[in-house]
Design a binder for this molecule. Structure first.
Ligand SMILES: NC(=O)C1=CN([C@@H]2O[C@H](COP(=O)(O)OP(=O)(O)OC[C@H]3O[C@@H](n4cnc5c(N)ncnc54)[C@H](O)[C@@H]3O)[C@@H](O)[C@H]2O)C=CC1
Ligand SMILES: CC(=O)C(C)=O
Length: 252
């Protein structure tokens, strides 16, 4: 018995990194998974590894019409939407004084608006279906400065908005049995973090020192396991919660 047997999930940013781990773990737990990403070629390669009950579709998460098509195709293919994981994101790698308005807006569009659009298009289908579970991937960058996000002002602000949006949705849609929770990873060993460390090598040591558990940097599966819990009926009484998975970074 899988913890997500019979469920249908949409995962954004599914081509690589944490998104790939999410597809793998959610499929292993018995759900059918629609993985979406901007990078179509990589997405097809990734989804092909996880079996016949998965589907890879190209989507720019900032595209409202594209989102509607994804939700409609999910319903046509698998019959419903039980779980939405908003995982796709980007960084600007710029601090406050260097950031141009258009760079700020781009990060906000992908990380914040992309999350809102997924929620807007999925909720009506979840309401028709008697409920659902939304999990939004934020970052400890939403909770503290000086985390491994390298002082990326737009990224931190965008993840702060994901935190607030998650609470808002949790409060307003609990009556429909729709749960909405957010997850706060510290460093995860993916391309996103490798780029941060390449650009600022000192951050490797400081992030290690700031994350006291022996692994220091999480494996993608460490985060995916938390998402599986929140997506599943094991968490049927959990909404509006903020799950930190950061090797202890937020303990100080
Ligand atoms: N890697 C880390 O240390 C941490 C990552 N996170 C969060 O975890 C999530 C996953 O990040 P990683 O796997 O590390 O990043 P990644 O950069 O390896 O993967 C991000 C994926 O999102 C896709 N994507 C980007 N913009 C998109 C768009 N407009 N539409 C559709 N897809 C798009 C990319 O093509 C890529 O496949 C993100 O929300 C990130 O903010 C949070 C804390 C730490
Ligand atoms: C990339 C990010 O969100 C980190 C490492 O906090």
């Amino acid at each position: 018995m899988g913890r997500l047997d019979g469920k249908v999930a949409i995962v954004t940013g599914a081509a690589q990194g944490l998104g790939e781990a999410l597809v793998k773990r959610i499929a292993e737990e018995g759900a059918k998974v629609v993985g979406v990403d901007l990078n179509e070629e990589k997405l097809k390669e990734t989804m092909a590894k996880y079996g016949e009950h998965t589907l890879g579709l190209k989507l720019d998460v900032t595209d409202e019409n594209g989102w509607q098509e994804i939700v409609d195709t999910t319903i046509e293919t698998f019959g419903k939407v039980d779980v939405l994981v908003n995982n796709a994101a980007m960084m600007s790698n710029k601090g406050v004084l260097d950031l141009k308005p258009e760079e700020y807006m781009k990060v906000m569009q992908v990380n914040s608006l992309g999350t809102l659009l997924g929620i807007q298009k999925s909720i009506p289908k979840m309401q028709e279906n008697g409920g659902g579970s939304i999990v939004n991937i934020a970052s400890i960058g939403a909770l503290k400065s000086g985390a491994a996000d390298g002082g990326d002002a737009a990224y931190s602000a965008s993840k702060g908005s994901v935190r607030a949006l998650s609470k808002h949705v949790a409060h307003n849609f609990a009556k429909d049995n729709i749960r909405c929770n957010s997850v706060y990873p510290g460093g995860i060993m993916t391309d996103m973090l490798k780029k941060v460390f390449d650009e600022s090598p000192d951050l490797w040591e400081s992030n290690k020192a700031a994350s006291p558990l022996p692994n220091h940097i999480a494996d993608p599966v460490d985060i995916a396991n938390g998402v599986v819990y929140l997506a599943s009926d094991d968490a049927k009484a959990v909404t509006g919660t903020e799950l930190i998975i950061d090797n202890g970074n937020m303990t100080h």
